[in-house]
Design a protein around this ligand. Structure first.
Ligand code: NAP
Length: 511
């Protein structure tokens, strides 16, 4: 079972001990990053493992490897020796591990370390790419008892894929493989799948710099991603999009998996290349995924079978792997659209109606979500105007349903006033952290409109706040999010969504 390691980047030993206390129930060991300590503190590192009461890795990372130490190799070896000297027979009082880079030459130190049972993590750091990870992992160790560690920086999804492939090819070697940066945060969550000995984490504390880019908070790893439940056979689900900075889906699905005792994990796959994501997903045996901004339309050409909802909306937000002849990694993908019913059920519930007959509705935006919205308005007999920044895209969408269309500009205001019983805001404008942005400031609400914004973070966008002040009835996108997730869950697992969890989920998001 992969261990969780808390990286300690406090300036003082006492601050680092506080952190261990605070996160103790989430972690198995800690890494004392001496390169972050104030110089005076370095004299007292020897007693740290005993005070910590948990296995500790001693690390002094050089700048060239992504750390802060820049006083030369002589000084570094002296400092390492200070931490490892006077080893006690009670091993819990010694550092359990020491991280030594592949090019460090200190044979005397290594000999002493081995004699007293401190294990060596032999590390390599590639801050500009991934290189040949298999070659690195197989050649790093100087003797069999060492743990090989390759920390690499993927630049694209091929590089992320290389991490998972290298992990498989080096199965059987005790190792740590880490993909740094946001593109590969999933390699940290799936450490058990990469056969990594541990997963490094950084506490999210205002005074602490993260030890390395892309590290997660230990609480998030345990509570949101159920790290301790992940095994080699755990099914992988996820969400693909870019940049994927705001997504509530991992929390929703992992909470449901936990409640329903499903052996699965749901992780983010930030992907700057959709076809490469599909290759990675095949390699990793991803069983299903949500598809979000900007891929809801682009994904369709990669799907073997699509539902009626995808055909009508021209957008897909959910894909499921169909293993060829029942076996991964060869698979094809089928897709459905759950934004459609998620949207219409949420709106109809809010306005307490069964159809949109007679309603005049404006949709702001013409992207993937707007396509699902327009398709449902059409199905439910509403009349609809589509306005978009790129007017040509508004036209392309509107013409499918023979709706009028226009740009997001002053020329559309008169028409919009005639289509203002309900206004559906489907652009990402106003999403956290840009919470003061408003997609259509030119439009002035007079209070008769019902206004729905598909955004759920923040719960009240600037657009909804303005509508509410004018006296409109307003609805954010959280109810739609849950309803569409419910259909995704049914599609993935062919069972009913546990609706009793919805209040708990809403509370978790502060809604
Ligand atoms: P998308 O396919 O990329 O479409 C984005 C749309 O927003 C396009 O029409 C785009 O106009 C417009 N847009 C982007 N930036 C703009 C700006 N600065 N000013 C004016 N218009 C702008 O994205 P999507 O998948 O439709 O998602 C859109 C939003 O809906 C996201 O915030 C997403 O989180 C939300 N959503 C919520 C739910 C839910 O369950 N609550 C479900 C689906 C989506 P151009 O064509 O001119 O670029």
């Amino acid at each position: 079972m992969a261990k969780i390691c808390l990286c300690l980047t406090g300036k003082t030993l006492s601050r680092n001990l506080e952190l261990i206390e605070k996160y103790r129930k989430y972690i198995d060991l800690a890494e004392l990053r001496v390169d972050f300590l104030d110089p005076d503190e370095c004299f007292s590192i020897r007693r740290f493992p005993e005070q910590a009461g948990i296995p500790v890795i001693l690390t002094i990372r050089r700048k060239v490897d992504g750390g802060c130490f820049n006083s030369g190799e002589g000084a570094r070896i002296t400092l390492l020796s200070r931490g490892l000297a006077f080893a006690e027979s009670d091993r819990r009082h010694n550092f359990a591990y020491v991280d030594l880079e592949e090019d460090l030459e200190a044979p005397g130190l290594e000999e002493a370390v081995r004699t007293f049972g401190t294990r060596i993590i032999r590390s390599s750091h590639n801050l500009t790419g991934v290189g040949d990870i298999v070659e690195k992992i197989t050649s790093l160790r100087r003797i069999g008892d060492e743990i090989a560690k390759a920390a690499v920086m993927p630049k694209n999804l091929n590089d992320v894929r290389a991490i998972y492939r290298a992990a498989r090819k080096t199965a059987g070697i005790e190792k740590i493989i880490i993909g740094m940066g946001n593109l590969s945060a999933n390699t940290r969550i799936l450490a058990e799948k990469t056969g990594s000995f541990l997963c490094y984490t950084s506490p999210q504390e205002p005074d602490l710099p993260p030890a390395a880019p892309g590290q997660l908070d230990p609480r998030e790893l345990v509570e949101r991603y159920r790290f301790r439940n992940i095994t080699a056979s755990t099914a992988v689900y996820g969400v693909v999009g870019f940049p994927l900075t705001t997504t509530y889906s991992p929390r929703i699905f992992n909470t449901v998996f936990d409640h329903e005792k499903i052996d699965a994990v749901y992780v983010p796959f930030p992907s700057n290349d959709l076809s490469r994501f599909l290759e990675l997903a095949e390699d990793l045996h991803v069983a299903g995924a949500s598809v979000t901004i900007p891929y809801k339309e682009a994904i369709i050409s990669s799907l073997k079978n699509v539902s009626e909802s995808v055909r009508i909306a021209g957008a897909c937000n959910t894909i499921k792997a169909i293993p060829e002849e029942g076996n991964f990694p060869l698979c094809s993908w089928n897709g459905i659209n759950t934004d459609t019913l998620g949207f219409s059920e949420s709106l109809l519930h809010f306005i307490e109606k069964k159809t949109l007959r007679g309603r005049k509705i404006t949709v702001l935006g013409a992207g993937g979500a707007a396509r699902a919205v327009a398709a449902e308005i059409f199905r439910l007999k509403g009349k609809c105007l589509v306005l978009n920044r790129n007017a040509g895209r508004a036209r392309d969408l509107a013409m499918v349903f023979k709706f009028p269309w226009g740009g997001l500009d002053s020329q559309s205001l008169d028409t919009m006033e005639r289509y203002s019983d309900i206004i559906i805001q489907t652009t990402p404008v106003g999403t956290f952290p840009n919470t003061d942005d408003d997609p259509f400031e030119l439009y002035h609400f007079d209070g008769h409109e019902t206004v729905m914004d598909l955004i759920y973070n923040p719960p009240r966008t600037a657009f909804l706040r303005r509508a509410e002040v004018a006296g409109c009835k307003v609805l954010n996108g959280f109810d739609m999010l849950i309803r569409q997730a419910k259909y995704q869950y049914q599609y993935f697992f062919d069972r009913d969504f546990p609706e009793q969890l919805i209040p708990r989920l809403a509370a978790a998001f502060g809604l």
